[in-house]
Every structure is written in structure tokens, then in C-alpha cells.
Ligand binder design. Structure first.
Ligand code: FE
Ligand code: CA
Length: 516
């Protein structure tokens, strides 16, 4: 990059800027250090890209020469140069500019690169002072009016750094994909474990400094960096980005409401700082609107949902229980009214052949009690929000958006469920299919496997279960079908592993339900 002198007129104040609102007023370009000197490599957290549109993509990095101790940057703004090229050697530069890394955003930069060609690979690189970052690769979405023949992506979730190595990311990075959808639990908020392959070595995250250090720790992983550098990511979160099983403004660990909202604000801020998100996703206090939509030609539309921030508290005290009356409360919600209306409007207007709901917790009903005469449900999932789920299933049955497919994380195990208008009645209409991917590294307790296997026969809409393996799901969409490949790694106890396909499933265009 040093050979391509960046020119002042390329300074992209608006486009390369950082965050909207209050944060924006805090940064002062004229005081930014133009030629910073670093005692250590400042790009230790790698590079990333995401939120692809037909002519634009976000590129991200964060200057953090001392990543686990607050980043190690002075409390001043620093100029970061960026370049986007049409080739992997960064020779054919198509866009370049400067961004300001501010202490208010932990010296993270989110550049919205505009004016790109649709459906194309690009390479990008940052520079601060004399130091160049790694080169990342990214890809724009197909043009909206494109009759797109195929699309390959993967989805993944739940990367408890302590529980295992990211061998799934090592292999994900080598796949032939156009993007990755990450469905939450990017970090785990908890304290240190001593019985695992790696240890956080810090207590549970509470403050902004804690959450920043936790993201930095996770992002030092070379396999995670490789997966980010290989593809753009479209991210959403689940609970562990803040606290296990929180619901809206309600802590599940008894934090007072005001203390919990402060914690949530810190967690959301750190999330924004470390993810390749656009400026319009910058947090506003304890709010961050993460739900949004991506379209790939006329082939697929992805509705990226947030079922944490706006949900009502888990009913019946949460946990695994048979349902009390509260689980059927008509005003209970997973998405909140606004997001739910936004989703229904989007699905109604969609002209895409495949309509994907990318979300966190299991949508299908699953009675985990292996005994035939009693029921047991995970009340943190949609099973605790029966009326909210029924509104969605009813909508799918009545409006019939083309080929609805849910992709889900959270349960650290692999599942396929057909979505039924009435799960209690096997003859009721199938309204879509849900693919639940296993974790990157988070634990699925071995002792649950026999119980879940027996319970599967009680849930006839459930077509597949495996709790043994870690990995991710590769999806190949064409105009005729969706093929999902459950990719599993040989181990997470060692830094490297092989990958293979555990199982594959097909949904045919126009035929609701997984092909069996
Ligand atoms: Fe998880
Ligand atoms: Ca979770």
C-alpha cells in the first residue's frame, strides 16, 4: 500500500466515518495523528468485512497493539488509510481513502466502501503509519434485478473460546462460499474456566472495558481471523454477547434494571465496535437496531432477526419446564411489535425465490421429554412464546411467501425440523423448514444425547438430530433447490482438524418441507 500514495482529496469524511449521533460529534479529524508510530503490530485483531449490498460493502479493522489490555492505543484519534482492489495482490486499486480511528470506538474503523460492481470479489487492506494490515477478501451482493442462478453461503453460531479451538473456522475459511451468516454467541460473557482447553483468565464481563477485552481475546484467534478475511459476514447476536438468557431489559442473573441496561449498553457498544456493521447500526445508548435485510438478485432474501433485544421475559420462570399459562400469553413477543411488522411487510413484498429467516433460538416446537405422557420445553426458545410463534406460522400459511427457510443457532447441536402450522397435528400444513446448525466450539452435554434422540421420535416434524459434533452448515441455493451440508470437524481439542459432511438435506423449490 505504501507505493500507492493516498491523496488528501480522497478523504472520505462521511463515508469513512465511524458512528452516528453523539459519537460523531466527539471525533475531531484535525486532531487525528496522521503518522502514528507503533511499538507493536497494531492489526492483531485482523480484518473483516460484511453487510454486502450490490455496490457497497463494509470493511473493518481495529488498531489494538496490546489487545487484551484495552488495546494499547493513546487516547487520541489516528488516521487509517484503506484500499480496495480488484486483485489479491492489491495492484488494481478501485477505491481508497482515509478513516479516523477514535478512542470513543476503541480505535475501530468501519468503512462503507461505495461504488463497487455487483456480484464481484474484491480485496482490501488497511495501513496506519508505516504498518500494513493483512489483506482481506470480500464480495458484493448480486444486483437486485439479476436473475441469479446460484448462491453458496454458510451459517455458524456459538463460539465459546474456552471450550475448544476454532477448527471449524479453520475449515470454514477454506470453503467455496460467498458469505457467512453468524447467528449469535460470538463471545461468551462468563468468567474463567479451568477445565477447558483455553481460559478467559478474566471475570465475567460487565463494563465496556471488559467487553472490549473479551472481543479482543476472541479475535486474536488466527482461525477466526482467517474466516473473516475470506468472506464478508452478516452477523446477528444472541444472549451471550451480553449475558446468558437475558430478555430485553431483563437480566436473568438479578442485575437491577438500571445496572442491566448499563451493562447492555456496554455490551452493545463493544459489539458494534468489533463487527463489520454499517454506521446506521451504531448503538444509541442501550439500543442497537440489528435487524435488517439483504437481497441477492431475485434468488434469495435474508431477514436478519434479533430475538433478544425486544423480547418479553421467558414465561413460567424460564428454563426447561412444562408450559404454564404464561407461555401462551397473547401479548408475549420474541421480536417486538415493530420488528414483527417489519418482517411481515418484507415477506409480503419479497420477490425472492427463497426467503431466509436468519435467527437465534429454535423456532420449531420440540418436546424434549422422552416420556410419552409428559412434556418439557426450553422456554428460552420460541417454545416459550407460543402465541408469537403462532402469529409467524399463521402468516407463513396465509401469505405463503416463496420457500420460507429458517436458519438457527443456540442449541450447540444439529437439527432439521419442518415447520408445522400446528405442531401437535402431523397432518397440519407444513409452512417451511428450519435448519439448526451446531456450534463452532460451544459444548453440547453428552448426557443429553440419548434423551434428545428418544424425544426426537415424539416430534414427527423433526427429521434429524445429532449432538456429537461441532461445525457449521454450508448451503447451496439454486433456482430449483436448497441443499444444506452439515459440515463437522474431527476435534476441537487440538488446534487443527479435518472436516467432513455429516448429513445433507434438500428442499425443492415450491415444495414445502425437507425432502425425505
Ligand atoms: Fe451458545
Ligand atoms: Ca445462546
Amino acid at each position: 500500500m505504501t507505493n500507492n500514495k493516498l491523496q488528501r482529496r480522497e478523504l472520505l469524511l462521511g463515508a469513512a466515518a465511524l458512528a452516528a449521533g453523539a459519537i460523531a460529534s466527539q471525533w475531531q479529524t484535525k486532531n487525528a495523528i496522521a503518522k502514528p508510530k507503533f511499538s507493536q503490530y497494531p492489526f492483531k485483531l485482523g480484518v473483516a468485512s460484511g453487510d454486502p449490498l450490490p455496490e457497497s460493502v463494509v470493511i473493518w479493522t481495529r488498531l489494538a497493539p496490546d489487545p487484551l489490555e484495552g488495546g494499547g492505543m493513546p487516547p487520541e484519534s489516528v488516521v487509517v488509510q484503506w484500499q480496495v482492489a480488484a486483485d489479491e495482490n492489491m495492484r488494481q486499486i478501485v477505491r481508497q481513502g482515509e478513516a479516523i480511528a477514535t478512542p470513543e470506538l476503541a480505535h475501530a474503523v468501519h468503512v462503507e466502501v461505495e461504488g463497487l460492481q455487483p456480484g464481484r470479489w474484491y480485496w482490501y487492506q488497511f495501513q496506519a503509519g508505516d504498518v500494513e494490515s493483512q489483506i482481506g477478501r470480500t464480495r458484493t451482493a448480486a444486483a437486485l434485478n439479476d436473475t441469479l442462478g446460484q448462491l453458496t453461503f454458510a451459517f455458524a453460531s456459538c463460539q465459546d473460546w474456552q471450550n475448544g479451538y476454532y477448527t471449524a473456522h479453520q475449515n470454514l475459511a477454506k470453503e467455496d462460499l460467498e458469505f457467512v451468516v453468524f447467528l449469535g454467541d460470538y463471545i461468551y460473557d462468563g468468567g474463567s474456566r479451568t477445565d477447558s482447553v483455553r481460559s478467559h483468565r478474566t471475570p465475567a464481563a460487565v463494563s465496556l472495558a471488559d467487553y472490549r477485552n473479551r472481543y479482543a481475546l476472541y479475535k486474536t484467534d488466527p482461525n477466526l481471523q482467517a474466516a473473516h478475511a475470506a468472506f464478508p459476514w452478516i452477523v446477528t447476536w444472541d444472549d451471550h454477547e451480553v449475558q446468558n438468557n437475558y430478555a430485553g431489559d431483563r437480566s436473568s442473573f438479578g442485575d437491577s434494571p438500571s445496572a442491566f441496561l448499563r451493562r447492555r449498553a456496554a455490551a452493545y457498544q463493544a459489539y458494534y465496535e468489533h463487527m463489520p456493521l454499517r454506521r446506521d447500526r451504531a448503538p444509541q445508548g442501550s439500543q442497537l437496531q440489528l435487524y435488517r435485510r439483504f437481497t441477492f438478485g431475485d434468488l434469495a432474501q435474508f431477514n436478519i432477526l434479533d430475538t433478544r433485544q425486544y423480547r418479553t421475559p421467558q414465561p413460567c420462570g424460564g428454563g426447561f419446564k412444562s408450559r404454564c399459562q404464561e407461555a401462551f400469553a397473547p401479548n408475549a413477543t420474541m421480536m417486538g411489535h415493530q420488528q414483527e411488522q417489519w418482517l411481515f411487510r418484507g415477506l409480503t413484498r419479497s420477490r425472492s425465490r427463497w426467503n431466509i429467516l436468519a435467527q437465534q433460538t429454535v423456532l420449531a416446537q420440540f418436546d424434549v421429554d422422552p416420556r410419552s405422557r409428559s412434556e418439557l420445553f426450553n422456554l428460552d426458545q420460541w417454545d416459550g412464546y407460543v402465541a408469537a410463534r403462532q402469529r409467524l406460522l399463521q402468516f407463513l400459511a396465509q401469505r405463503q411467501p416463496s420457500n420460507p427457510i429458517a436458519i438457527t443457532g443456540d442449541v450447540h447441536s444439529s437439527w432439521v425440523h419442518d415447520l408445522k402450522l400446528d405442531f401437535k397435528n402431523p397432518n397440519s400444513p407444513t409452512v417451511g423448514t428450519e435448519f439448526v446448525g451446531t456450534s463452532i466450539s460451544s459444548n453440547f452435554p453428552k448426557q443429553f444425547i440419548p434423551t434428545a434422540t428418544i424425544a426426537t421420535s415424539k416430534n414427527p416434524h423433526t427429521k434429524f438430530f445429532n449432538g456429537t459434533y461441532r461445525g457449521y452448515v454450508r448451503c447451496h441455493l439454486t433456482r430449483d433447490r436448497l441443499v444444506t451440508n452439515y459440515r463437522i470437524v474431527s476435534t476441537i481439542r487440538q488446534p487443527e482438524a479435518s472436516v467432513r459432511t455429516l448429513a445433507s438435506f434438500v428442499v425443492e423449490n415450491g415444495k414445502l418441507g425437507v425432502r425425505s
